[in-house]
Design a protein around this ligand. Sequence first.
Ligand SMILES: Nc1ncnc2c1ncn2[C@@H]1O[C@H](COP(=O)(O)OP(=O)(O)OP(=O)(O)O)[C@@H](O)[C@H]1O
Length: 610
Amino acid sequence: MTARGQDAVAGPSRDQQLPVASGRVTAAAVGRAAMALPGLVASSTAAAVVGSIATIATPVLLGRVVDVVIAALDRRTDVQAALTPLLAAVAVAVVVGAVLTSLALREAERLGASIAADLRERVVDRSLRMAPQTLERAGVGDVSTRVTEDVEVFTRSVPTISAVINSLITVGVSVVAFVTLDWRIALAFFTVVPVYVLSLRSYLPKAAVLYAEERSRASTRSRVLLESVHGSRTVHAYGMGELQADRVRGASEAGLAAALRARRAFAAFAWTMNAAEAVGLSAVIATGFLLVRADLVSVGDVTAAALLFHRLFGPLGILLTSFDDVQRAAAALARIVGVAQMDPPTSRVRPPRLATATVRLTGIRHAYDDGHEVLHGIDLVVPAGTSLAVVGESGAGKTTLAAIAAGVFPPSAGTVELVDGEDPATAVDLADLDQIDLRSLVGMVSQESHVFAGTLREDLQLVRPGCGDEELWAALDGTGAAAWARALPDGLDTVVGAGGHPLTAAQEQHLALTRLYLRDPPVVVLDEATAEASSAGARELERVADDLLTGRTAVVVAHRLTQARACDRILVMADGRAVELGHHDELVAAGGMYARLWRTWTTSGRDATA
Ligand SMILES: Nc1ncnc2c1ncn2[C@@H]1O[C@H](COP(=O)(O)OP(=O)(O)OP(=O)(O)O)[C@@H](O)[C@H]1O
């Protein structure tokens, strides 16, 4: 366990964040999620298109009203007869436009919420199935920011994104209306396009980088905060409070600076877009004036064009003011899709069904991310159904070897194989198995066992979903945990874990051993699984662990040498190497390192617990 606590606060390998999807991959993923709901896509698109046509019809009809009134004044015709159907059509267009636009927005929001829920589920699923070393490298903060903050940012942006899509459709329909009104007025309208294009081209690439940076800084801030909370004991132990507060402050300031840079860039962009609107409207009215004077278009046409353009300020304003949110949502979405698209690790071979298994470690070398090699070539065979204790001084590499033997992370070099106890010709490499298959074959309990927030029943059912109460009590009886479990206020319904009924460290270990009993794998790895207990508690846990080992292949990092003595063989490690291997009596008789450790153990009186 050496260096672990400290690493949790300021490890060198923590900057490898999880992948972020490219724009194309993100769009494809969202498209696929949307296409899974064809009904919603069709209804929201149809409502948006028809609603936009109705909305755009109003200024066009008002242009006709102007022409009718002018004609009536000139020729003294019956203005009322001509105006009545036009005004009725305006009223219908207004009502249909309003109803369908709000329907389109509602349907698009439902679609967005479904996509957000779908992606959230995929991210949670991928995070839970991620190889532990990937999770450790990325840091828990990065994963939790994506599942919580990023999904939240996207979900909150769904109404805005719906409004943006609706506005885009309205702009498209307006362009068609302009062209049908008069091509010269349409040309005048199009003078805004180069202004828009230039300012968008200068803003968008900048904004993508600024918003991605803002999200990344937010992620770093969460990670530093979470690590400070999780590693608070280490922070106190090493007197690192001030240093850690500085890191949190630094991360917050960097986050704030990134957010301000993004806002400033947006303010400059908004200014150029307002200027473009002024240029466009002036061009439409000036062109219209010249065309009316030359008798090429009617006053009604120019009125319709000016009203149309004015009508566009709304959708264009939405597009403009939402760019901020859309860019932020896109950055968040790219981070969500980055995880959602990760291939869940799957077994490269068909997982064997093994009743008993020999564990074979060949040429195991390992270096952590700092590059310093801590295991220097270990070859080891633990025959099926036998137990091997691993002992040695602190920092010898016992925990690293146990984690590699359990498949928690792969070695830098070498292989860990399971060989069928009944058919030694077969072998499966742990590196070829996914976490689910691996854990059905190799169970592990370490010193840092975790009790999940929920009822005792739920905590146990994690390893055997749907397992009935009878079986759960049988398992608790089997490990002797039933004695204290029955005394809990609500038995299996007692809420344990964070915020629940407090359990002692020994009870938490007892529970972890019970989960192992329930899972019933042919191979078990215990890393100081009985260390977190008083002497009496340790004896009880050792008895439970011994029972669990019976009939299984076991690797036990033994905190207490009495536990090592009970194993079939003992491996002594020093400086990342295997230095002795044999039974307790042989090793004591050999007078080597183990004999020295045993002498120290017995003379220090710790054997009294045996
Ligand atoms: N996450 C890590 N990153 C970098 N180095 C590590 C990490 N974990 C362990 N080490 C280093 O690897 C070496 C072996 O550590 P390991 O925890 O395997 O030894 P150990 O024999 O189990 O020690 P202990 O009995 O104190 O738990 C040590 O030098 C340790 O500092």
